[in-house]
Ligand binder design. Structure first.
Ligand code: NAP
Length: 473
């Protein structure tokens, strides 16, 4: 595919192969953007912003609704692209494509709710004879950088609100999975978005990232990805807004009064969705000692049912990781944990990029697979005895995106939810439950700011105060 630069679809001599991680076949190629392309894009983006800020809210909402309708009409095509270029099974990919339709639809709705307030200037001496208000105005050029694991809907979570807010966007999708983003870009143009308002540059973050991030023409960076890249971007950004959606190591607490089978079933799904490559995937499960055996049995049973393999088959539950290299990394982390005393309850093996869904117990707290974000299909079980112990252990790491609690007792659920340090707590659902309209984001090393369309729109617009001094009234 070509990339969209300064209003035209362009090729480059140097290209990047997009490979299917299941069989290593080449799905397509994309241009490898250069520093010169970055300069062209940013210069054009300023023109794009002048167009975007003058679009009426009605027009922005119409474009978003039409784009949503195009994605809906080609759902299977989008799902196939997601599944071919990335890790997701075709069923997981369909769900992502449907969520993308929601995200764009919510963006159209929220575009109509960007409002300000009147300001009671006369509430303090010195404000007499003044009336005024603030409105929310677009921020300018938004740089959107997205990861490989949700190659369509996480792109929609940036483009939708940025366009709803009247901004221009330069998008840099993940090199492993740029095709879904390019198809969504095509859909936006087909829906009538003026071409300069959106540009999609394909290329390596390591090659073009710094020039994009450090440029003062960019007024906001909306980044979703890993901590390492996030830290580099934060250091280089200079004076501009930064939204950071980073990784985590999500804890679950299963209490003695929980529906243990439901907890096991949904936690297994939450741990192995997208082969565990999910920022809110379940990684650590703290189980009350009285129900530990029952929960462990259920977890092993549901894991054993998982069909791993060809992503395009309807009955496959889990596909490969994004690369054989990533699967080897997870295999190594499992081996290190075993060496340090952990036990494998299910899985543990690897073949190419396919890592078996793996359940571990007795994992020492010094193990990498306990401390770091695994971003792979493994989950650790730990018995706990008290609420205080569960909270201390769940909160012990420098991440805080989502957590989950399983309990039938509202007092226990409330106490645990209040005590968990994170951006969201799911009660009786796995950590990976997300609705596209809810505020989404993390604390500590999991991020800065919130997404979820309404909340992204706040980040992607700024208040502007208008005050009238009216000496004659
Ligand atoms: P990544 O390696 O950090 O890459 C994310 C994006 O950043 C890619 O487009 C990448 O480009 C780009 N990038 C890398 N280095 C850059 C630089 N120096 N300057 C500018 N851009 C740069 O992450 P990933 O492996 O794709 O995704 C996995 C991570 O994303 C996990 O940690 C996961 O938890 C996190 N994540 C968070 C959320 C959330 O909402 N909180 C959602 C999904 C994923 P290249 O592909 O060209 O390297």
């Amino acid at each position: 595919m070509k990339m969209l630069l300064a209003g035209s679809w362009v090729d480059r001599d140097k290209t990047i192969e997009v490979r299917d991680p299941f069989d290593d076949s080449v799905v397509d190629t994309v241009p490898r953007a250069t520093a010169a392309d970055v300069e062209t894009a940013l210069a054009a983006a300023l023109g794009g912003f002048e167009i975007a800020r003058r679009m009426t809210v009605y027009d922005r909402a119409q474009v978003l609704l039409k784009t949503a309708a195009i994605v809906q009409g080609r759902l299977e095509e989008f799902a196939t692209t997601i599944a071919r270029e990335g890790s997701k099974t075709i069923r997981e990919a369909r769900k992502e494509a449907r969520r993308c339709v929601n995200t764009l639809t919510i963006s159209a709705e929220e575009a109509k709710r960007i409002s300000g307030e009147t300001i009671p200037f006369d509430s303090f001496p010195g404000g007499e004879q003044r009336v005024g208000y603030y409105q929310r105005v677009p921020i300018g050029v938004v740089l959107a950088i997205t990861p490989f694991n949700d190659p369509l809907n996480l792109v929609a979570h940036k483009l939708g609100p940025a366009i709803a807010g009247g901004n221009a966007v330069v998008l840099k999708p993940a090199t492993a999975t740029p095709l879904s983003a390019l198809r969504l870009t095509e859909a936006f143009l087909e829906a009538g978005l003026p071409p300069l308002v959106l540009q999609t540059l394909t290329g390596h973050g390591a090659e073009i990232g710094d020039a994009l991030v450090a440029d003062p023409r960019v007024r906001m960076i909306s980044f979703t990805g890993g901590l390492e890249a996030g830290q580099r971007i934060t250091r280089l950004a200079g004076i501009k807004k930064i939204g950071m959606e980073l990784g985590s190591n999500s804890p679950v607490i299963v209490w003695r009064d929980a529906d243990v089978r439901w907890a096991a079933e949904t936690c297994v799904s939450g741990a192995f969705w997208a082969a565990g490559q999910n920022c809110i995937g379940v990684q650590r499960i703290y189980v009350h000692e009285e129900v530990y055996e029952a929960f462990r049995r259920g977890t092993v049973e549901f894991t054993a049912r998982y069909k791993v393999g060809d992503k395009m088959k309807e009955d496959t539950d889990m596909g490969p990781m994004i690369s054989a290299g990533e699967a080897k990394r997870v295999e190594r982390w499992v081996a290190d944990a075993l060496h340090a005393g952990a036990r494998v309850l299910a899985g543990g093996g690897r073949s190419g990029a396919l890592m078996q869904p793996t359940v571990l117990e007795n994992v020492p707290e010094s193990a990498t697979i306990h401390r770091e974000e695994v971003f792979g299909p493994t989950v650790n079980l730990y018995p706990v005895a008290t609420v205080e112990e569960a909270l201390a252990k769940a909160n012990s790491l420098p991440f805080g995106l989502h957590a989950a609690v399983f309990s039938r007792d509202v007092d226990t659920a409330f106490k645990l939810a209040s005590g968990l340090d994170c951006g969201g707590v799911m009660i009786n659902d796995s950590t990976d439950y997300r609705l596209d309209s809810m505020p989404f984001g993390g604390i500590k090393n999991s991020g800065l700011g919130r997404e979820g369309v309404k909340f992204s729109l706040q980040e992607m617009t700024e208040p502007k105060v208008i005050s009238f001094y009216l000496p004659t009234i």
